[in-house]
Design a protein around this ligand. Sequence first.
Ligand code: XUL
Length: 546
Amino acid sequence: MSYYLGFDSSTQSLTAIVIEVTGDQRRVVLDHSLRFDETFPHYETSNGVLPRENRLVAHSSPLLWAEALDTLMGWLARDSGLDLSRVEAIAGSGQQHGSVYLNADATAGFAALNPDRELQAEVAPLLSRATAPIWMDSSTTEQCKEITDAIGGWEVLSRLTGSRAFERFTGPQIRKFYQVDPEGYARTDRIHLVSSYLASLLAGCHAPIDPGDGAGMNLMDLGKCDWAPAALAATAPELERRLPKVAPSSSVIGTISPYWVERYGFSPTTAVVAWSGDNPCSLIGVGLVKPGRVAISLGTSDTLFGVSSDVHVDPTGVGHVFGSPTGDYMSLICFKNGSLARDAVRRELELDWEGFSAALQRTVPGNGGAILLPWFEPEITPPVHQPGARRYGFEGLEGRAFGDASVRAVVEAQMLATWSHSQWIGANVDRIYATGGASRNRDILRVMADVHDAEVFQFEVGNSAGLGAALRAFHAAREASRAPLDWDEVICCFAEPVRESRLTPDPVAVARYAELKRVYRACEDHARGLGDDPTPLIEEFRSRRS
Ligand code: XUL
């Protein structure tokens, strides 16, 4: 019997998922999370973000992530009932784009972690920057422009790296650090992603970055899966020597460091596999190992993604192409106002999640033309720098009617945005795999099915990133032991949609949303100062209904 352990270090929590493989028997034996805000209040994070005055800035703490890893390992060793010496391999998933800055002592420090001391205490002296900018940061517009100009335009950067310059991507963030704190940059010996940083702590040496997460930096040549000299030069001086190597997602970095063996009873032969980003790991966790289908993840960010065998970049510059852990590519669009926006509306109306669902049930598809663009945070897709929710078509609504319409409006706008901005992917969207925390809510998924005119399926394990990481550990361990399995065989029994969960689109609602799509786009354009007042279109939409 072997266990494979997958971690998911997301924006708001750290999760461990353990799968067991015994002959033909396969099962998930553990799924346990620690939420950052509640478990580690001394960092004073709110939804995983350190206190901030400027809404464009979003940082978290590398020490929080280290402490979470140590604490969760402690829980696994003492309270989970699992024998950790049976864990054959560990992989992980990290929130994408976030970066950790280490000084020249880190190489020796990682190799000699003292098992008698807490991990965060061991890591603190190794940091050259106290905090880590994360994917929610939108403060690098200037740096994006400079990088784009230096490389010869956004199309050039997009073709080279899979994306135009985005504020949250690691390259622009590194450039900002170099400009704002040149001494800190000079002190920096190694820059890791969240994924490769945590893998390094497990392996006791600098872990590589995989092409799934590396593509989220505006620094990697997507075709070659290696650092792109032109992108490095446009970003900051002597950057290549500060970056880990790029290596395939299935690389075994080495065995687990003695720190974990002595502290928590792992076998010294436990393999540590390269970590990847949460979206590439989710791709595996929902079983998307072949081109054709798409998934929508409803987490802190909402993302829509699918796998493709060739590089097909977004001609509108809104989407991304990352590496897939299978060696293919993944297309992705990302919305910053995912769960935090749903939650903001829910809290404003003083509802619990049942009340939120009840409001969805009391209202009808199309919402009488009421649309709420949920840009509570600066938005990534479409790019919106001035945060603030924008309402259209709410006149005359009061009291509970206003509240109910607000709930439907936020969910409809999110689904209309995923539809509207994913058309470049060109995938066959007659079936959507839903994952992430909010995918448990079938009233939200009903809107997803009707807006996309697609069947929607749920999964047994809601945290597909953590499950994907555990499956990647299994896949890499089999490959390393010269008994490789096809990806289809790896995901079998684990990452399969629950057949009974199928939601089919309702033709009446589908027709209604087909009309609303034009109205939604007009609202988006108007709110961004790019189009006319959509009121006449809203009125026309309402009149067609009567
Ligand atoms: C993807 C993105 C987010 C983060 C956080 O590009 O920015 O989905 O990975 O989960």
